[in-house]
Design a protein around this ligand. Structure first.
Ligand code: ZN
Length: 675
């Protein structure tokens, strides 16, 4: 499960975080186009790693880049053909590159890279180039040296041109990557490449027949395969060496194999060897075995590499390929350890009904990490926290690893420094000042509390499963974790544990949370649309519920100045009491599986937007000329060799997004056009 980095996007910070070295000349934002900005992150502490650890980071980073084509193909079966066509034009076009048309073409190409395909990474809608079909034809005609990704030897350039024009410009082809609307056949209506020639019903029946009732260690069926119908039979094309995506997987295996030679411990070595075994056999039992080894490994250098998150599959079964390479931030991890070691205390003192509390809290292993490389579905848009593995039975029997990616949030904060967001949406200078001073610290603590305590707290009554809340499960679950974090941020225990210097940290978070839930997160939604995304629904739910419940005591006040709206917290302690009250109710809903109450809360507070306020927020945001979605370029690790032996690894920070993308397209592209 991943925490999405939207909340922190809206913080602005001028002061560096305590304990971090400020590098005045480091450029955090390097590009901006359409609704995207490209940032860079630093890898502090890399130079202090041992040579062996640096090598390990290097090999794992190479492995993290080798699966890039897999994600493009998973997102849509034509994505590799389209990307290769655009890249060929970009390198071989001999016409004028200074025209507005060519610049618009370049923006489209950047968007395709950014979203790993032709659908918006967040809304899932197909997006289009702001050029004419005629200009697209002109680009192809004037790129004579280009090697086009033709369908087969018989396809002429003319036929190819017609086919690609249709794929790119026709709004009726592959309109949505992910379709979740009720009443549609979600499998047939989604353009993602997880199924071919089968209906939703057929897929459901196929996997239903596989599941064993009362299995205590259920396999995550369908996680690593495409389902197709061949000769009337439904079969799976598995993703492994020798199978679908085998060419890219073999490269991943090559680098993992090198990594295993410099592993930090026997356990880590075994774990990497197990992952290689899984990539070779595609057996999901081997995948579970790997995850058990992974969750128990506590090495300094760590990684995520595999088919993991299922957010992109309408059926919630097929996992996209992703990779992260990281190492422990030892100092900051002490903070997370303080929280996780007090997990039982937090559980015992939470404001929820005692019958919904866990008697014994177990398996919370929390650390703060420094990200060294992002790949697949984590590149360029990355989560800021991860809690894995996803298999419920492994979490139950072996626990989970919860990580906070602090150099990523730090880069977000630095990049938005001076964006003007706070000055625009805070009511008072004091609020701005407090946000700048304590916002980043508050944000990191919020993530720690949300990830390593919030999601793990509480228990369901016997016989209740999460599916009882259906489509309301995600926003309710996120609200539960957020409320847990909000409530405890202002607890005297936080000062006692030495986690915050004063309650000002909590109040900075309260200000930011209400501001975001009531207004600033609306910058990511088009006028006239509802709130759809689970994390955003959760924030709207909490903010609007508290605003309404606190109205009689004026706990949160709506103010207007110069025709601009602001939400001001008048009583922080009373707001904390409201958080407690809502947490109690949401825990009850979760524990009892009260679908009707979940539906009512979400539909009342978390879906609809006041159109007047929405327009105002969009106008104010537009005036700041910012991009709502952030993604990251990767650092580059360069081995230094002497007499054929690696004697050091240097880290470089490239700053040209186009160059990095063209380089990846050349050096890390291993799959055929169609898979
Ligand atoms: Zn969460």
């Amino acid at each position: 499960m991943a925490v999405i980095a939207f909340g922190s996007l809206l913080f602005s910070c001028n002061s560096p975080e305590p304990g971090k070295v400020e590098e005045k000349d480091f450029k955090f934002q390097v590009d901006q186009f359409a609704d995207c900005k490209v940032l860079r992150y630093q890898v502090p502490g890399f130079d202090s790693l041992s040579l062996k650890q640096k090598e390990l980071v290097y090999y794992l980073s190479q492995a993290a880049l080798c699966g890039r084509d897999i994600l493009f193909d998973q997102n849509y079966k034509e994505n590799l053909t389209i990307r290769r066509t655009l890249e060929s034009i970009y390198s071989d076009f001999t016409g004028d590159r200074t025209t507005n048309d060519f610049k618009a073409f370049e923006v489209y190409l950047k968007r395709v890279w950014f979203s790993n395909g032709i659908h918006h990474h967040y809304s899932n809608d197909k997006f289009f180039p702001e050029i004419s079909k005629e200009y697209f034809a002109y680009l192809i005609d004037n790129s004579a040296k280009a090697q086009w990704p033709l369908k087969d030897n018989s396809e002429t350039t003319e036929a190819f041109k017609t086919r690609l024009t249709d794929l790119i410009f026709n709004p009726n082809i592959a309109a949505k990557r992910l379709e979740q609307a009720e009443g549609t056949d979600m499998v047939l209506a989604s353009a993602s490449n997880f199924y071919d020639g089968v209906t939703q019903k057929e897929v459901e029946d196929y996997y239903e027949a596989m599941r064993k009732p009362n299995d205590n260690q259920p396999i995550s069926y369908g996680l690593n395969s495409k389902v197709v119908k061949e000769n009337g039979q439904i079969i799976e094309h598995k993703w492994h060496s020798g199978g679908m995506y085998g060419a890219a997987i073999d490269k991943i295996i090559y680098w993992l194999d090198k990594a295993s030679t410099v592993a930090e411990s026997d356990n880590q070595k075994q774990m990497i060897v197990k992952l290689i075994e899984y990539y070779k056999n595609g057996d999901l039992k081997t995948w579970d075995d790997f995850n058990v080894l992974w969750v128990e490994d506590d090495s300094m250098v760590d990684f995520v590499n595999g088919f993991i998150e299922v957010y992109s599959d309408p059926m919630g079964m097929k996992a996209t390929w992703e990779a992260v390479v990281d190492f422990k931030d030892v100092e900051a991890t002490h903070r997370a350890e303080k929280i996780s070691s007090a997990a039982q205390w937090f559980e015992d003192h939470s404001p929820v009904d005692s019958k919904f509390k866990k008697a014994v809290v177990k398996g919370v292993s929390a650390k703060v990490i420094t990200v060294a490389q992002l790949g697949g579905d984590c590149y360029p848009t990355t989560p800021i926290g991860i809690n894995l593995p996803n298999a419920g039975w492994i979490r139950r029997d072996h626990g989970s690893k919860s990580v906070t990616m602090e150099n990523i949030t730090y880069a977000y904060d630095q990049a938005s420094s001076g964006s003007g967001m706070l000055e625009e949406f805070c009511y008072s200078e004091q609020e701005v000042k407090r946000a700048k001073e304590f916002g980043p610290m508050a944000g990191n603590l919020h993530t720690d509390l949300h990830e390593c305590l919030g999601h793990g707290s509480g228990q369901l009554l016997p016989g209740v499963t999460p599916e009882k809340l259906k489509n309301y499960h995600s926003p309710i679950e996120e609200a539960r974790a957020d409320l847990f974090a909000l409530y405890y941020l202002a607890d005297p225990k936080m000062i006692e544990l030495g986690l915050i210097p004063s309650l000002d940290v909590a109040w900075a978070e309260y200000d930011g949370y209400i501001r975001n839930g009531m207004m600033t997160q609306l910058t990511r939604i088009e006028l006239g649309k509802n709130i759809e995304q689970a994390h955003m629904r959760n924030r709207a739910l909490i903010a609007h519920w508290c605003f309404e419940k606190g109205a009689s005591e004026n706990i949160i006040e709506k103010k207007t100045r110069d025709n601009k709206t602001f939400y001001v917290i008048n009583d922080y302690q009373k707001l904390r009491t409201l958080f407690a009250e809502l947490l109690k109710e949401i825990q009850r809903i979760t524990s009892e599986g009260d679908f009707a109450a979940a539906k009512k809360l979400v539909e009342t507070y978390a879906v609809k937007i006041d159109p007047t306020l929405h327009k105002e927020v969009l106008d104010r945001y537009a005036a700041l000329k910012l991009a709502p979605y952030g993604g990251f370029m990767n650092p580059l690790f360069v081995p230094v060799e002497k007499d054929g032996k690696i004697i050091d690894i240097k880290v470089e920070y490239p700053e040209n997004y186009v160059e990095q993308m063209m380089k990846y397209g050349k050096e890390f592209s291993f799959l055929p056009n169609y898979n």
